[in-house]
Every structure is written in structure tokens, then in C-alpha cells.
Design a protein around this ligand. Structure first.
Ligand code: URA
Length: 210
């Protein structure tokens, strides 16, 4: 599997185990998603370009590095991707945030329609990182990448807490240029299109709507 990075850091794996637990309540679930998102965002931003600068420390001049060139835009897919925004922004506070709402057609699991879209006007000049809690069928992810590319985005990554082989295959088939950064790759989808063993309904668990 090309272009898939699993954050195998022990803290990420530990926190994902806590997420999986059906007894973890919404408050803790939200906090964990935020914390895990920081680690995944750390990996997703690993190749941001740097430039040399000189900084005057209290003692001497230092040749040091700062991030140069492309800036970042985070694009959470509503609604579960919203839970990842705080963690991502904690690492890149100057990033802009776009929002995409995708409606999955219940009668046709392969079809998705956009019901909301607000993206930064300068998305073409930004490193775009799409956020979703899970990459399951890949239908929403494929559509969101398409929306971002149609708006001019050239550098797109996809970060999620959890995925499965079906979601990876769908996204990589449609958009082979998009790197996937995830916390874990689970076994696969069940007949209701939930990731197994997974974490259940991510949106409901985040927002306490069940
Ligand atoms: N969406 C969810 O909320 N859970 C899954 O397992 C897959 C998609």
C-alpha cells in the first residue's frame, strides 16, 4: 500500500484503544480525538518545506529554520471531521479551515452529494489536509478531494484516525497522488459499512447524539 502512513507511536495506539472502548463517553472521546489528531497532524506536516533564517538568541546569532512557502488549509468533512480541527489547529494555528458537507445516499452507498462547501479562496497555494475521523467506504473522501481539486488544490493529503483496506483502495484508485495518514488500519467494513472492529458511529460518539 503506497502512500499510506500509519502513526504507530505508542501514545497514538494507546489512545485509539481508549476510543474503541464502548464505555468511553463523549467528553473523553472528544478529548482523545483531539489528542490523536495532533499526532497524526504532526506526521501529515512532516514534509512542509523549510528555509534558513538567522535568529538573534540572547547569546549569539543562530542559523535556524522556519517553514517557508506553502501554507496549510485544513478541510474537515462534516460532521465527524470537525472533532479533529482543534488538535490540528493546535499544531498549525495559522492554518485556514474550509468545511465540506457530504450527504451519503442511503439507497446507493457509492453515491455522495455535496450539501455544503466553504473553502479558503487561496486554496490553490496551500497544502490541503482533509480531516475525517474515519476513511470507511471512501465515498466521502473521494468526493471531498475532488471538490478541493476543482477549487484549485494541487497538494492534498488525507488524515484520519481509523481506516480499512476498502477505504484506502477507493481513495487511492480515484486519487493516487493523495497521501493517507492514519492512526490504524482495521480489518474491513461490515454489511452496514461500519469499520470493524472500529469505534462505532464516530459522529454520534463525538457529539453524544445517540
Ligand atoms: N462512519 C462511522 O461513524 N463509523 C464507521 O465505522 C464508518 C463510518
Amino acid at each position: 500500500m503506497e502512500k499510506v502512513h500509519v502513526c504507530d507511536h505508542p501514545l497514538v495506539q494507546h489512545k485509539i484503544s481508549l476510543l474503541r472502548d464502548k464505555n468511553t463517553g463523549s467528553k473523553e472521546f472528544r478529548e482523545l480525538v483531539s489528542e490523536i489528531s495532533m499526532f497524526i497532524c504532526y506526521e501529515a506536516t512532516r514534509d512542509l518545506p523549510l528555509k534558513e533564517v538567522q535568529i538573534e538568541t540572547p547569546l549569539a546569532l543562530a542559523n535556524s529554520k522556519i517553514i517557508s512557502g506553502r501554507k496549510v488549509a485544513f478541510v474537515p468533512i462534516m460532521r465527524a471531521g470537525l472533532g479533529m480541527v482543534d488538535g490540528a489547529l493546535a499544531l498549525v494555528p495559522a492554518a485556514k479551515v474550509g468545511h465540506v458537507g457530504i450527504y451519503r445516499d442511503k439507497a446507493n452507498s457509492n453515491s455522495a452529494a455535496e450539501y455544503y462547501c466553504k473553502l479558503p479562496f487561496d486554496i490553490a497555494n496551500r497544502e490541503v489536509i482533509i480531516l475525517d475521523l474515519m476513511l470507511a467506504t471512501g465515498v466521502s473522501a473521494v468526493k471531498t478531494v475532488e471538490i478541493c481539486k476543482n477549487a484549485g488544490a494541487k497538494n492534498v493529503k488525507f488524515m484520519c484516525v481509523l481506516t480499512c483496506p476498502e477505504g484506502i483502495k477507493a481513495l487511492q484508485t480515484a486519487h493516487p497522488d493523495v497521501e493517507i495518514i492514519t492512526g490504524a488500519i482495521d480489518e474491513g467494513l461490515n454489511e452496514d459499512l461500519y469499520i470493524v472492529p472500529g469505534i462505532g458511529d464516530g459522529g454520534d460518539r463525538l457529539f453524544g447524539t445517540k
